[in-house]
Design a protein around this ligand. Structure first.
Ligand SMILES: [Zn+2]
Length: 189
């Protein structure tokens, strides 16, 4: 086992005597793990690691692009509702907005509308999914009470996403941001 530092992410290469020809790569706790056969030469290792990292990035990039439009957001939201909220949260509309500079998303339970800050664009999929689940859960529970958080934590990566977003907010503290972030009447964030 050895660890190599890459510009984008830490890569850990694990050699396995049981592997003959297959190479596998996945993300684990923020780093990239590449499983290769023990018999690979150093040159083979380099070539395969580069190839697998590029492949993972392409796949993740495609996933991000898939949420480009408001329609994509709606499809994703319904999938998440089915997967984690028994399909009970059904929004009437979801859209990306550019005027939420302090909050990641907001929801108006009365008309079942959800808005996601465009600052989320390009963030990892599990983070965008978390904000979607959060706003979807507000369709079922408007306040941030215990019941609400129990709904949100049905999404397995909720705490990880919260940690990620806290990090982003911490990192941008002090950065000047436009102040146009008033909640619409009846909306929660
Ligand atoms: Zn909320």
């Amino acid at each position: 086992m050895r660890t190599a530092s890459r510009p984008d992410t830490e890569v850990e290469v694990r050699r396995s005597a049981r592997r003959r020809r297959t190479v596998t790569a996945y993300r684990e706790n923020g780093r990239t793990v590449v499983l290769i056969p023990a018999a690979f030469s150093a040159a083979e290792e380099r070539r395969w690691v580069d190839q697998m990292v590029a492949k993972l990035q392409t796949r993740e990039e495609r996933k991000r692009r898939n949420l480009a439009s408001d329609e994509d957001l709606m499809v994703r939201a319904l999938e998440l509702s089915d997967a984690h909220l028994d399909g009970r949260a059904v929004p009437a509309s979801i859209r990306w907005v550019d005027n939420q500079n302090r909050r990641w998303g907001s929801c108006t339970p009365a008309d079942r509308s959800i808005r996601l800050s465009s600052r989320l664009r390009g963030m990892p999929e599990f983070v965008v999914d978390y904000v979607l689940v959060h706003e979807l859960a507000h369709l079922l529970e408007a306040s941030h009470d215990e019941h609400f958080w129990a709904l949100v934590r049905a999404y397995p990566q909720a705490d990880r996403a919260l940690g990620f977003l806290e990090g982003v907010e911490h990192g941008s503290a002090g950065a000047s941001r436009p102040d146009d972030d008033e909640l619409e009447p009846g909306a929660v964030d």
